[in-house]
Ligand binder design. Structure first.
Ligand code: DGP
Length: 259
């Protein structure tokens, strides 16, 4: 491989400053120290000097039709616009063979025992765990539309024990930040497309909302999902940037529900 001559990457603050203050580059002279490296990629631009620097694991949660999917993709666009490496993920991931079984169940094309489908949802997250870790460690931030909290809230709402529901999730990567888009089940049901899939029923969603409350921990931020879309977007951006910065500075990865 040919060695290429590149400039040392901008600091995190410089990336933000460049975006937010019309290219007022507050770059110290260090930023231009020439450096010989064997190639580069977008992630290395953000890694700076800390060897534990990594991407952030950010999860969006909430009832069906709370607006997670729209906000997740806007967040990715926003981060990419700032020069960060970011990817949009979603669970269930319906592209895998496990995901296809889940998809068929959700669209009422197949019937499965409640425990069985719970374990399939969990397996769908486990089959992505190692790729998730690799991406984070290489500096990519993952914006994830639903995660283990959906797993526990939806299955507990069917009557399965909450501890039983949590057990298969133990050891998955713990999110650095959970953004809960809060909406009443009634308001959500008025939104377009409601009722197409198995769980989109008012009474059931009310139970799901109650179980989400039980799962709330210090990694959670609750956002009012009935505000105008742009207002929500701004709030999420601030929260995510702060989290990305923390992870960039070496906040260690942890695992879910080990206690
Ligand atoms: P979505 O693709 O985000 O619309 O999710 C599909 C449906 O599946 C939605 O009603 C929420 C539900 N769901 C998502 N993850 C899980 C899970 O892990 N377990 C259960 N039981 N339901 C889930």
């Amino acid at each position: 491989m040919l060695a290429s001559t590149i400039y040392r990457p901008l600091s995190f603050e410089a990336v933000i400053a460049r975006k937010s203050s019309s290219f007022i580059l507050k770059v110290s002279s260090k930023a231009f120290i020439r450096n010989i490296q064997m190639g580069t990629n977008q992630n290395s631009i953000l890694q700076g000097c800390n060897s534990n620097s990594r991407g952030a694991l950010v999860v969006l949660e909430g009832l069906d039709r709370c607006g997670k999917t729209t906000q997740s993709s806007r967040l990715v666009q926003y981060l990419e616009g700032l020069g960060h490496s970011a990817e949009l993920w979603r669970f269930p991931d319906r592209t895998t063979s496990v995901g296809q079984m889940i998809s068929s169940y959700l669209s009422n094309k197949s019937q499965l025992d409640d425990h069985t489908i719970h374990l399939l949802f969990s397996a769908n997250r486990w089959e992505k765990r190692s790729l998730m870790e690799t991406k984070l460690k290489s500096g990519t931030t993952l914006i994830v539309d639903r995660y283990s909290y959906s797993g526990v809230a939806f299955s507990s709402a069917k009557g399965l024990g909450i501890e039983w529901c949590k057990a298969p999730e133990v050891g998955l990567l713990a999110p650095d930040l959970v953004l809960y888009l809060n909406i009443s089940p009634e308001k959500a049901s008025e939104r377009g497309g409601y009722g197409c899939e198995r769980y989109e029923q008012l009474e059931f969603q009310s139970k799901v909302a109650q179980y989400y409350q039980v799962l709330h921990d210090s990694s959670w931020k609750v956002i009012d999902a009935c505000q105008p879309m742009e207002d929500i977007e701004k709030q999420l951006q601030e929260m995510v940037l702060e989290c990305v910065k923390k992870c960039h500075n070496g906040e260690p990865l942890s695992q879910l529900w080990l206690s």
